[in-house]
Design a protein around this ligand. Structure first.
Ligand SMILES: Nc1nc2c(ncn2[C@@H]2O[C@H](COP(=O)(O)OP(=O)(O)OP(=O)(O)O)[C@@H](O)[C@H]2O)c(=O)[nH]1
Length: 542
């Protein structure tokens, strides 16, 4: 399986996280948040349209109330029903002075009898105080305006009182569009039939749009429609549900014949859906990136870096084939466990290795090195010697007439004697560059790091004397009354030429063996020395 490094893994996880997070965020915004937002923004826009309707009612409320009050009033009733011209004149003078127009904020008052005959008409621009001559009630010219008569069958009854016929709307005049309010004229107690109707007119002035804007808390624009066309724009009091978010909505004010007079354009507060990838979204993704980087560094510092260091330490150990305890300064419990248990495991392996080495290279009976250990040691020594020049001796040692000893004392006693001889010989060669090993049976082999014949002779004399001192009883020996040992030595001396370069360990051991044989021949309990090259040595018997 293809492996990847921690760095690669970190980068991949980092980018996968960013990709996933951005995708999830986008999906959440697109499928959940945006539809919810659209619904609430559309509802908000609908509320703004509803507030436009309320605003138009609200603007005309005082105007409507006054019209009603003046219509359901005995004085107005009497104005129509009585014949006294003086009283009529008094009624007009008392109630429809110029100041009345100003205080009522109206621009026209019209009293009609039941047949739509004007009994009193007066127009005055309440803002400019200019007299106005309205003619909208000339039904010959404007027959559709008959609808301002509240008593007509189709008159709308609204706003004030359902018992009293009245109608409200917009009408086109010589001075532009105006609101009108029209109520039938009754006695104050509302008894008896209506005798006519009273119409108040208020011109739509320039502040109309501003007033609507203030009341709806939006921006409202108003435009006069001079050439009325067929249009799909709903009327101001119609409720048409919005299907999508729109920047503006339009509503119409129409005349009594439903011809458009004024177009009201309401600019909605929420003009369009916020973008899918808004500033907040980008900030969220940026925060996610910052979070990922922080996690990346925290994990990197406390987990990944220590794991990498552990991997490196173990790799170095493997390359050097040498065990070194792993560090233990980890914050993460599992890493501390890993290093502690690895160290413990390696200690166990080392102990088992040492045990195995001992079993492989130590003689079981005598507890000194065995022949395998010696051969390995000699091979290494030979390599060094071939490089630096030969300067060592091989000594073969053999217990004299040991068969007779065994025969006399038994095999177990023989084992004990071999062990004593082995330990004694071994004690004379303690240096690291020397070795004494059991070569087989009752035979031993020694690598001695000295080629000085005198030194060798002195050493072997001391050893032979040591066995005399030990005085291991050997009644069957023809050499002495105690156990004796014979030695054959091969001294390998360094040569100026490369004469020794092809020398093998077998040759050297063979030379030592021959020297031993000669020592045996000569009567045992003595040593014999051969040299390589042959003329470099001499023979000596003790
Ligand atoms: N007890 C005991 N005896 C051993 C061991 N290994 C070899 N021997 C005995 O050592 C004796 C060696 O005898 P030989 O090779 O005939 O030589 P020798 O009797 O020592 O006579 P020379 O070497 O000529 O002095 C044999 O009897 C072997 O059985 C051992 O591990 N334990």
């Amino acid at each position: 399986m293809k492996t990847i490094s921690f760095n690669q893994l970190q980068f991949r996880i980092f980018f996968i996280l960013i990709f996933l997070f951005s995708g999830l965020l986008g999906a959440y915004r697109f499928f959940i948040q945006q539809p919810q937002l659209a619904t609430s923004l559309i509802a908000y826009s609908e509320r703004e349209l509803s507030s436009l309707k309320t605003a138009i009612f609200q603007l005309n409320q005082p105007f409507a109330t006054l019209n009603y009050d003046y219509s359901i009033w005995t004085d107005t009733y009497k104005f129509i029903t009585q014949d006294n011209e003086e009283d009529k004149q008094e009624y007009i003078e008392d109630n429809y002075l110029d100041d009345t127009f100003l205080s009522l904020k109206i621009d026209g008052v019209f009293i009609f009898d039941k047949q739509f005959n004007p009994l009193f008409t007066k127009g005055l621009n309440h803002q400019t105080n200019q007299p106005l001559k309205f003619n909208f009630f000339d039904l010959n010219e404007y027959p559709h305006n008959k609808a301002i008569n509240p008593q007509l069958k189709n008159a709308q009854r609204r706003l004030i009182d359902t018992e009293v016929a009245n109608t409200f709307g917009t009408i086109n005049t010589l001075y532009g569009p105006a609101f009108y309010y029209s109520t039938e004229i009754l006695k104050s107690d509302k008894t008896g039939p209506a005798v006519g109707f009273l119409v108040f007119v208020r011109l739509l002035n320039d502040s109309f749009a501003q007033q609507l804007s203030q009341l709806t808390l939006t921006t409202v624009e108003v435009s006069h429609i001079t050439t009325p066309n067929q249009t799909d724009i709903p009327k101001w009091d119609e409720t048409v549900p919005l299907t999508a978010l729109t920047p503006t909505s339009e509503r119409l004010l129409v005349d009594p014949a439903n011809n458009p007079l004024i177009k009201i354009t309401l600019n909605h507060t929420n003009q369009a859906m916020p973008s899918l990838w808004s500033f907040e979204t980008l900030m969220l993704i940026l925060s996610m990136i910052m979070l990922s980087i922080s996690v990346y560094f925290i994990l990197g510092n406390f987990v990944i870096q220590p794991v990498k260091q552990l991997a490196l330490n173990i790799e170095e150990m493997d390359k050097a084939k040498a065990y070194k305890a792993l560090p233990k300064d980890f914050i993460i419990t599992e890493l501390l466990k890993l290093s502690t248990h690895f160290n413990a495991l390696m200690d166990t392996v080392n102990r088992q290795n040492a045990l195995l080495n001992e079993q492989v290279f130590v003689d079981e009976l005598t507890r000194i090195s065995n022949r395998r250990a010696f051969e390995r040691f000699l091979e290494t020594h030979m390599v060094i010697s071939q490089r630096q020049g030969f300067n060592f001796s091989i000594i073969m040692a053999d217990i004299d007439q040991f068969k007779a000893y065994n025969d006399h004392f038994g095999h177990l006693a023989g084992d004990e004697a071999i062990t004593i001889v082995a330990q004694t010989l071994n004690s004379f060669f303690p240096r690291k560059d020397e070795m004494c090993a059991r070569y087989g049976g009752e035979e031993f082999i020694i690598l001695f790091n000295d080629t000085n014949i005198t030194h060798i002779s002195q050493k072997l004399d001391v050893i032979i004397n040591k066995f005399a001192e030990l005085n291991i009883d050997h009644p069957q020996s023809s050499v002495a009354s105690y156990l004796t040992v014979s030695f054959g030595v091969c001294v390998v001396k360094s040569q100026p030429s490369d004469q020794n370069q092809h020398l093998t360990s077998e040759t050297i051991i063979d030379m030592a063996d021959k020297a031993l044989y000669q020592a045996k021949e000569k009567g045992r309990n003595q040593y014999n020395i051969n040299t390589i090259p042959p003329d470099a040595g001499y023979k000596k018997s003790s």
